[in-house]
Design a protein around this ligand. Structure first.
Ligand code: NAP
Length: 315
C-alpha cells in the first residue's frame, strides 16, 4: 500500500510517499481501508520533533481518518463488520490502510462523507472534553469559542449549541466568521476584538470560554468571565502573564484540556455518535489535499484563515 512516512524529524518536506507492506490486523485490531485522513496541528508538532511524545522512526503520521472495514482480527467482539463505513480516531491514518485497535474504530452514520468522518476524531473529542468534562457547560450558559473557524472550534460551537448554550465565536477572516455563524454561533467577531467580545458577553460575562490560543488571549479571557466562569485551555503556543485577581474576584477557574481515560474516551465517542446520527454534529470540511501532498496540508493547517477541517484524500 501507499503511505506517508517520516524518516527524520523536520519541516513539511520530511513527509514522503512510500510503498510499504499492507498491515495485517492482530488480536483486537480492525483493518480499515482509508478514504480520507484528518490533518491536526499536533501532527505538525510531532513531525517537527518538538512535541513531548516522539514516535520511533520511521513512522506513519496521523490519528484520524475514515473508510471501510476490510477485515477484523482475532478477539474483536461486537465490533464493526467487513464492509462497514467507519471513522478511525487514534491510529496512523496517512495511509491507504490501517490496522487500528477496535476501540479506535467507530461507525460512520449514513449521510456523512468519508471526509467528514476524518474530521471527527481529535477535534470533536477535544471539544466535547473541553465543554462537558472540563468546563461542565450547562444549558443557558454563554459560551465563547475563541478560535471557532478550525477543526476544534467548529466542533465546540456545534456541541455547545446542541446542549442549549448561547455561543459566541471568533475567527480571523470574514469567511471564517460566516462559517462559525452557520455552525451555530449567535454572533462572531475577530479574535482580538475585546470591546466587541465584552458587548456580546451580555451583562454577566461568559460562563465558559473555549480557548485555542491561550498564550495570546488568556489575560483577556479572564476579564470577560462571568462569576464562577471557566476557561478551558485547548491550545497554547507559548507563555502568558495573567492577573490572578481576575480569577479571585469571580471565583473563576482555568482548566487544561487533553488527558482522558480509556473509559471517558469510549463514552465521548458514544455521545459523538448520537450527535452524528441525529444531525446536530456536522463536521465542516475545509481544504482537501491528495495524500501525495501531505506536506502542503501541513503548511495549510498552520496557516491563518481556517475554514473548517484540513483533510487528506486517500486514493
Ligand atoms: P485549526 O483547525 O488549525 O484551527 C486553528 C484555529 O485557531 C482557527 O480557528 C484560527 O482562526 C484560530 N486562531 C488563530 N489565531 C487565533 C487567535 N489569536 N486567538 C484565537 N484563535 C486563533 O486547529 P484546531 O485543530 O482547531 O486546534 C486549535 C488549537 O488547539 C491548536 O493549537 C491545536 O494544537 C490545539 N489542540 C489541542 C488539543 C488538546 O488535546 N489540548 C487537541 C486538539 C487541538 P483563523 O484561522 O480564522 O484566524
Amino acid at each position: 500500500m501507499q503511505a506517508i512516512r517520516v524518516r527524520g524529524f523536520g519541516g513539511p518536506e520530511v513527509l514522503r510517499l512510500e510503498e510499504v507492506p499492507d498491515p495485517v490486523p492482530g488480536p483486537g485490531e480492525v483493518l480499515v481501508r482509508l478514504r480520507a485522513a484528518g490533518v491536526n496541528p499536533v501532527d505538525t508538532y510531532i513531525r517537527s520533533g518538538s512535541y513531548a511524545r516522539r514516535p520511533e522512526l520511521p513512522y506513519v503520521p496521523g490519528s484520524d481518518g475514515a473508510g471501510e472495514v476490510a477485515a477484523v482480527g482475532p478477539d474483536v467482539e461486537g465490533g464493526p463488520r467487513p464492509g462497514e463505513r467507519v471513522y478511525v480516531a487514534g491510529a496512523p491514518t496517512y495511509a491507504q490502510m490501517v490496522a487500528a485497535p477496535a476501540a479506535a474504530v467507530w461507525p460512520l452514520p449514513p449521510g456523512l462523507t468519508f471526509e467528514q468522518g476524518a474530521a471527527v476524531g481529535v477535534p470533536y473529542r477535544t471539544a466535547y472534553l473541553a465543554l462537558h468534562l472540563a468546563a461542565r457547560a450547562q444549558p443557558g450558559d454563554r459560551v465563547l469559542v475563541r478560535g471557532g473557524s478550525g477543526g476544534v472550534g467548529i466542533a465546540a460551537i456545534q456541541i455547545a449549541a446542541a446542549h442549549g448554550c448561547e455561543v459566541v465565536a471568533t475567527a480571523g477572516t470574514a469567511g471564517g466568521r460566516a462559517l462559525v455563524e452557520e455552525a451555530g454561533a449567535l454572533a462572531s467577531c475577530g479574535h482580538g476584538e475585546d470591546a466587541r467580545l465584552l458587548d456580546l458577553a451580555g451583562p454577566r460575562g461568559y460562563d465558559v470560554i473555549v480557548e485555542m490560543l491561550a498564550n495570546v488571549n488568556l489575560a483577556s479571557d479572564l476579564s470577560l468571565l462571568a462569576p464562577h466562569g471557566r476557561v478551558a485551555v485547548v491550545g497554547s503556543r507559548g507563555e502568558v502573564t495573567v492577573d490572578p485577581r481576575q480569577l479571585m474576584s469571580r471565583s473563576a477557574a482555568v482548566l487544561g484540556v487533553m488527558a482522558m481515560s480509556a473509559d471517558e474516551r469510549r463514552r465521548i465517542h458514544l455521545a459523538l455518535g448520537a450527535g452524528l446520527r441525529n444531525g446536530t454534529l456536522r463536521p465542516v470540511v475545509g481544504p482537501g489535499f491528495p495524500l501525495t501532498e501531505a506536506s502542503a496540508a501541513h503548511v495549510a493547517v498552520m496557516s491563518p484563515g481556517a475554514r473548517g477541517k484540513v483533510i487528506l484524500r486517500v486514493p
